[in-house]
Design a protein around this ligand. Sequence first.
Ligand SMILES: C[S@@+](CC[C@H](N)C(=O)[O-])C[C@H]1O[C@@H](n2cnc3c(N)ncnc32)[C@H](O)[C@@H]1O
Length: 273
Amino acid sequence: MATTLPALTPVEDSLFLTLCCRALDNRSPHPVLGDEIADEIVRSLDYDYGRLHLNTDLCLNVALRAKKIDEVASRLIARHPDAVGLDLGAGFDTRSARITPPPTVDWYDVDLPAVVAARDDVVPDRARAHTIGADVTDPAWLDALPTDRPAVITADGLMGFLAEDDLIALLNRLVDHFPSGEMVFNGYTRFTIWVARHARGTKSVAAEVKFPGMDDPREPERWNPELTLVQEMLISRQPEIAQFPRVLRTYYRLQSHSTWWSRKGTLILHYRF
Ligand SMILES: C[S@@+](CC[C@H](N)C(=O)[O-])C[C@H]1O[C@@H](n2cnc3c(N)ncnc32)[C@H](O)[C@@H]1O
């Protein structure tokens, strides 16, 4: 029997956008990410993803950005097996199951309390994976985390929901809390924020998008001098574009020749501190 979820706010409900994209990617003949657990969760919830008006381009972008964030997080954890892993605004994502950190890593999935309560019913448990139900803009939630281990911080689809001042305060708190760490998340330029406010697929959360967009990936270095940009990854330049259907492949290959144009699409930002 399908699990019934409590009513979620539009911001909380946005977790289905990304979850269903990953599930649909898994059902394609050649998945980019191959997230079987996302697929199982969507099936178990009997979620009507038809109402999300997802298209192939969006699903591929969501799957590929998750894969790129996973790859960076996996490499960092391999270098820091004593790390604390964090997924901010985790929704029902099962990043720790995809990257399978060693048992020396404690992994924390953080999201708003209603999401975490539902997540605990829906997402399979894993050893040393913990959940924290909190608003990430509230300073108190970090108190539960160790202060003496390096941090591997991920966030996928969160930044757009945070006002710029809240994002800056969050980054400052993370940098202050941990002795060192790296963070990797998908970025939003002013253009992609405009798209999030106007596209059909994100209509339900258009009014909740608070971030103005960031066109310069070095901007966080000015917010906090401890932060150093490690890399900006433009989706158009990733090898997995070869797996995209012909029309999309041609589009992204053209786009890849221009950084300015590529920044109009999905990008991943990676910083260390
Ligand atoms: C687009 S969803 C992405 C979910 C997940 N990262 C994924 O890739 O499936 C955005 C998530 O951010 C969460 N979120 C938004 N604002 C938040 C906040 N202030 N504190 C904690 N979580 C937040 C939402 O509840 C939602 O689960």
